[in-house]
Design a protein around this ligand. Structure first.
Ligand code: PEP
Length: 262
C-alpha cells in the first residue's frame, strides 16, 4: 500500500509579539515569497488585534497564505467579555485557529474538555482547528509521555466525528521544547507522532487517521527543520520564535516543501 499524501502545513504562532506595522510587513514578506515553499500550506497566526490587516496583506499578495487566530471561544456570541467567537474569526477572513496551546493550558487553565468544546465550535464555524498537545519535561522524565499525550488526544478530539477529525490539524508540541531552543530529536518526535496517528482510527476511521496532518512544534529552526520534515508522520511545523522572521519561517517551510533530508 502506498503512503497517503498529506499536504504539509507550516504555521507561524506570533504569540503576543510585533506591532501593526511589523506584523503587516512580515505578512507581506512571507506572502510575497510564498513560492519559496511551493506545495506547503502556510498559515500566519498574529495577535487577534492584527488579524484584519494581516488578512488584507496576505489577500493583497494573492491570498495563498492563510491566516489563523491563536485562540477562540466556544460560543457564537454573548456576554463573554474579552473573547472572540469562531464566527467572528471567519467573518474577518481567518481560516485557522490554534487551540489548546500549552501556554493557554498552563497560563489560562484550559482543560482538554475546554479545548474539545472549542474545537467543535471552530469546526462548526468553518475554521480549521490546530489542536496542540504535548508533555512537560517532568512528565517525559517520569516515562509518562505516551499516557499524557493519549489522554490529551482522546479528551481534546472526542466526538469530532470522521468529518471533523479529517478537517483538524494536530500539533505535537513537547512543552520542554517550546521557546527553549531544545528541540525534540526527529526520533523522539516521530515516535509520538506515530503514537498520535495510532490513536486516531478509534476516533474516526483508518482512512481518516492516515489523512490527518500532525505538525511538530518546539524550537523548530531552519537548521533542524529538514530532519524533522523527513520523518514519515511529521506533516509540518507549528513555529513560534522563528516565525517572526520571514527568512527563517520560509526556510522552515521550504524544508517541508522538499520533504526534508536525513
Ligand atoms: C510555539 O509557541 O508553538 C512554539 C513552538 O514556539 P517555539 O517555536 O518558539 O518553540
Amino acid at each position: 500500500m502506498t503512503a497517503p499524501f498529506r499536504t504539509p502545513i507550516v504555521a507561524g504562532n506570533w504569540k503576543m509579539n510585533l506591532d501593526h506595522a511589523k506584523g503587516v510587513a512580515l505578512a507581506a514578506a512571507v506572502a510575497g515569497r510564498r513560492a519559496d515553499a511551493a506545495g506547503v500550506e502556510l498559515v500566519l497566526c498574529p495577535p487577534s488585534v492584527y488579524l484584519v490587516p494581516v488578512v488584507a496583506a496576505t489577500n493583497a499578495a494573492g491570498g495563498d497564505v492563510a491566516v489563523g487566530a491563536q485562540n477562540a471561544h466556544d460560543k457564537e456570541s454573548g456576554a463573554y467579555t474579552g473573547e472572540l467567537s469562531p464566527q467572528m474569526l471567519t467573518d474577518v477572513g481567518c481560516r485557522y485557529v490554534i487551540l489548546g496551546h500549552s501556554e493557554r493550558r498552563t497560563l489560562f487553565g484550559e482543560t482538554d474538555a475546554a479545548v474539545n468544546a472549542k474545537a467543535k465550535a471552530a469546526l462548526a464555524a468553518g475554521l480549521t482547528p490546530i489542536v496542540c498537545v504535548g508533555e512537560t519535561l517532568e512528565e517525559r522524565e517520569a516515562g509518562r509521555t505516551d499516557a499524557v499525550v493519549t489522554a490529551q488526544i482522546q479528551g481534546s478530539l472526542a466526538g469530532l466525528g470522521p468529518d471533523g477529525l479529517a478537517r483538524t490539524v494536530i500539533a505535537y508540541e513537547p512543552v520542554w521544547a517550546i521557546g527553549t531552543g531544545r528541540v525534540a530529536t526527529p526520533e523522539q518526535a516521530q515516535e509520538v507522532h506515530a503514537l498520535i496517528r495510532s490513536l486516531l482510527p478509534a476516533l474516526s476511521s483508518a482512512e481518516v487517521a492516515a489523512k490527518v496532518r500532525i505538525q511538530y512544534g518546539g524550537s523548530v529552526k531552519p537548521d533542524n527543520a529538514a530532519h524533522l520534515a523527513a520523518c514519515p508522520d511529521i506533516d509540518g511545523a507549528l513555529v513560534g520564535g522563528a516565525s517572526l522572521k520571514a527568512d527563517d519561517f520560509l526556510a522552515i517551510a521550504a524544508a517541508f516543501s522538499t520533504g526534508g533530508c536525513c
